[in-house]
Design a protein around this ligand. Structure first.
Ligand SMILES: C=C(O[C@H]1C=CC=C(C(=O)O)[C@@H]1O)C(=O)O
Length: 367
């Protein structure tokens, strides 16, 4: 029963012990990973097993929740529990002014030739009423195409999100990664017109990913650009698949993260610009999270003309998502993180509006 499953999570939370509960995109299985003590395990080389949460800044440690106990439960989306739309958005003129000035500064740096693209973000604070587990259920009900999660560690904090972006997925020796960028509001058309700014912005991400992984993988294949819906938004997406040799994950992550979908291009100067000018600490927003070398049981049938035999075998899965459309619950407030890609063609007021639209993914479910 899903209610028993939720009770276990509430208990773990009240006992101040680390856990994560999550559902993968378009899946009806909700999984939970529980750690038995409150130790902070840091990832060293990505050969570890557990659920990882990595910050934006690669120099800060990624945290691993040890799978001392794992649970799963089937969950059917409750369609009646649909989004509660907020009438007011909690922004002041000062927030708007600061962010628009930041974007103008970014555009100037691009025109000066410091970099080609930079992703500029902000954090907004608002009150919330519902308990975290209830908010998590609302994520499940409203964002079936996203990776939805509730992550908690008593020494680090509590994060919730519904991200549309896969960073890396490894199945057998196949590595899949996505390039996601370009945003517009969903208005009913699943195939809307895209402007040159969005197309170029997304192409930059694809080119970067291909270049970043090319030394560590073989047989790279790039899909056509597709349009995907994420909550109230539409994005452009390209899927990049390749073959990976085991032991290369650490190298791939260090090359790929943070991608230009969350940082910029080239990486070094755009990141320096972010750290100097954004004026707040991103922490785990625009980092990544997910299963790292987690064991997965599979049923397999063997034999063709002879007797058919079903047996179970263990497989390792790595599935990491970029931590977008997320928030942190801290000091009785929800801290919601939003950003957008800035290029030479960006219009500051439009970019501000884009962050307002992105903030609705979390705002709509917390009251
Ligand atoms: C940085 C964010 O989104 C990224 C992912 C998809 C589209 C984006 C964009 O259109 O700017 C951003 O690169 C965010 O949601 O906070």
């Amino acid at each position: 029963m899903f209610s028993d499953f939720l009770k276990k999570i509430e208990e773990q939370y009240h006992n101040n012990l680390p856990f994560v509960v999550y559902r993968k995109p378009e899946d009806n299985e909700v999984k939970a990973v529980f750690q038995h003590n409150d130790h902070t395990h840091k990832v060293v080389d990505y050969a570890e097993t557990g659920f990882v949460l990595s910050p934006f800044e690669s120099s800060d440690a990624a945290i691993l929740i040890y799978p001392d106990e794992t649970y799963s439960s089937t969950y059917r989306v409750n369609v009646e529990e649909k989004t509660l739309k907020l009438k007011n958005t909690p922004y002041s003129d000062k927030d708007e002014e600061f962010h628009i000035q930041l974007i103008k500064k970014g555009i100037q740096a691009i025109k000066k030739g410091d970099f080609k693209k930079v992703v500029l973000s902000r954090v907004l604070q608002t009150t919330y009423k519902a308990p975290p587990v209830t908010i998590f259920q609302r994520l499940l009900n409203n964002y079936s195409a996203a990776f939805c999660y509730l992550w908690y560690h008593p020494k680090i904090g509590l994060w919730l999100g519904a991200t549309p972006e896969t960073l890396i997925k490894i199945e057998n020796d196949t590595l899949t990664t996505n390039s996601l960028a370009g945003t517009q509001l969903f208005t009913g058309d699943l195939n809307p017109h895209w402007g040159q700014k969005e197309k170029e912005e997304q192409q930059l991400v694809t080119d970067y990913i291909v270049e970043a992984i090319s030394g560590a993988v073989s047989a790279i294949q790039i899909s056509d650009v597709r349009c995907i819906k994420a909550g109230n938004l539409m994005h452009l997406k390209t899927k990049v698949t390749s073959k990976i040799v085991s032991g290369k994950l650490n190298e791939i992550i260090s090359k790929i993260h943070p991608t230009p979908a969350v940082c910029g291009m080239p990486k070094r100067p755009s990141k320096a610009f972010i750290l100097k000018n954004e004026n707040y600490h991103r922490e785990y927003y625009t980092g990544f999270l997910g299963e790292l070398n987690m064991k997965k049981e599979r049923n397999r049938t063997v034999g063709k003309n002879t007797e058919h035999k079903a047996y179970r075998f263990l497989k390792k899965t790595t599935e990491l998502y970029v931590n977008l459309r997320c928030m942190q619950l801290k000091d009785n407030a929800a801290h919601i993180y939003v950003g957008g890609g800035i290029t030479k063609d960006s219009i500051p007021e439009k970019e501000w509006e884009e962050t307002v639209n992105k903030s609705r993914t979390m705002l709509d479910i917390i009251t």
